[in-house]
Structure formats: C-alpha cells, structure tokens
Design a protein. Structure first.
Length: 290
C-alpha cells in the first residue's frame, strides 16, 4: 500500500469532491481517480459512494480514513526524525497534553528550548489519559502529559512539581455558592458534570462509600465545554482549579472540595524510546528544571 495513495485518499475524504482534491494535490483528476481505484482494488473494498456533486465514504472508507491518518502522521514523523538526526539546531517534538494549569510550566520549558534552538518545532494535541497514551503507544507522540499515575512497566516519567486541586464550579447564584468548601453530602441530589476518566478514578477516591449516591448528569473531555453547561445552571462541574474562568467578572465560582482532593501531573514517554537530538535536549532540560 503506497503512502502517496493514502494521501490522495485522505484529501478526497476531506474535500468530498474529486475535482477539489485534485486541485489541492496538484494532480489531474484522472491520476487521482486511478490512484483511488488502485487502492480499492488492493483492499478489495469499495471506499467511496459517488453522488452527482460529492463523494461520501463507505463504512470501509471511514475505517481506512482513521487508520490512514495515523499511518500518514507516523510516516511524516519518521521522515522528520531522520532529517533531524544530523540537525543539532532544531527538529520536531510531538506532545499530547491533558488539561492542567501546570501546562504553563511545560510551555515555559518549550520556550527556553526554542530560544536556544530557533529552528526547533513543536506539535501539540490535547486529550485525556486514554487518548494521549493511545497515540504515545502508537509512536505518534514523543511525550505525553497525563493526570494519572503512569504504568511503570510501559513508561518513563517525571512528576510535575505541583498538584492540581479539585473543586466544584457552579453559578454564583447557586445555593451552595456561599460555602467555603464542598463536601460529598452537599452534592447528593445535584446534577454533576465531570470527565469520564475522573468520574471513574478521582471522584470515587474522594467520595468514598457515598460515591454511588452522586449523580453524573454528563461527562465531558474538556472542562471549558462543561463550564458552559454549568453557566446555564444545568449542574455543577467537578474539575481542577484554574481551568475555568471564575474571576470576579464571571458568573461562575470555584469552591474547593473537602476533604481536599489533589491530583499529580506527569510527563511520560515510552520506555527504551530512541529520541532525536532535540528530544534528548528537551528531556535533559526538563529533568534539570523539574
């Protein structure tokens, strides 16, 4: 299976139009059609359903799109890594990041490295622990930042110097908003928003034997999105401090949980990973700073 044909396939899948994709790829439409036909013949599956003015992916096409995106990303990453082996002044590093105010510390380290090596380029994706570790395991990322104790058999890691404090985000007009801290009993009967990962790990640790009395109204991967629902008075968001605007000008307030619940953040990478020169410089710098 040729990488070039996969690139052609992704362009058509993205544009949903053969002519538009051909223009973007700077190839003729017959060339593009021939490449896609070769891909369908090779896989023995129909990848597109052609309509009058558009093209839609079949179920097999949808599956290939997801796999092809990972393959193309990996191919590009391999090419960049080999190009950077002889480049001691730059290169590329790929990061997958969870949500935390401590990401500012990572940004500071990236800035320091960028000042020393101006041609250094970094790439950022965001996600929860499951999303980040999946990409890390596939080799699509060099480093991940997660808020869960890493698997020591799979990853090397560095803990961030601080912790993230848990709290409840709600409207300032909410009956609980005048409290100095939020206890488990306060949340019984309240509609709650939380990430699925935290609802399964951190919140049960905090709530103990009363966890089953709590009601998850909805799960979100991003705290900002969940805060929009809290802002409409649809429920209370359980999240880290500093992720949602709870300033004086905001309609929302952050109240810490009691007993206090904190979560550590970790920078992780695969064990026995062969780093490019710039990635080696980065991890050495971070070890000295953390």
């Amino acid at each position: 299976m040729e990488i070039k044909n996969l690139r052609y396939f992704l362009a058509v899948a993205r544009e949903e139009n053969m002519s538009h994709a051909a223009q973007i790829l700077h190839v003729t439409q017959p060339t593009l059609s021939k490449a896609l036909k070769a891909l369908e013949d090779e896989l023995g599956k129909k990848l597109f359903t052609r309509h009058s003015f558009s093209i839609k992916l079949t179920d097999e096409g949808l599956l290939l799109r997801d796999r092809a995106e990972d393959l193309i990303t990996m191919a590009d990453k391999i090419e960049q890594e080999f190009l950077s082996l002889d480049d001691i002044t730059g290169g590329d590093i790929y990061f997958g990041l969870g949500e935390s105010y401590q990401i500012a510390l990572l940004a500071r380290e990236i800035k320091k490295l960028k000042e020393r090596y101006p041609s250094f380029t970094y790439h950022i994706t965001s996600g929860d622990t499951e999303q980040v570790t999946e990409k890390l395991d596939k080799g699509l990322l060099d480093f991940g930042v997660i808020c869960e104790i890493p698997n020591k058999e799979k990853y090397e890691f560095l803990p961030f110097p601080r912790s993230d404090r848990w709290g409840a985000v709600m409207l300032k007009s909410h009956p609980l908003a005048k409290k100095k801290s939020i206890k488990v009993a306060d949340l019984i009967g309240q509609p709650l928003f939380c990430s699925e990962q935290s609802w399964n790990i951190e919140i049960p640790q905090w709530a103990g034997n009363r966890f089953n009395e709590l009601h998850l109204e909805g799960s979100f991967r991003l705290s900002y999105n969940a805060s929009m629902f809290a802002k409409e008075g649809l429920g209370i968001l359980l999240t880290f401090e500093h992720l949602v605007n709870c300033s004086e000008s905001s309609d929302l307030i952050f109240i810490p949980l009691s007993p206090m619940q904190e979560t550590k953040l970790y920078l992780i990478w695969n064990k026995y990973q062969a780093f490019t020169p710039i990635a080696e410089k980065f991890i050495k710098q971070v070890k000295e700073s953390f």
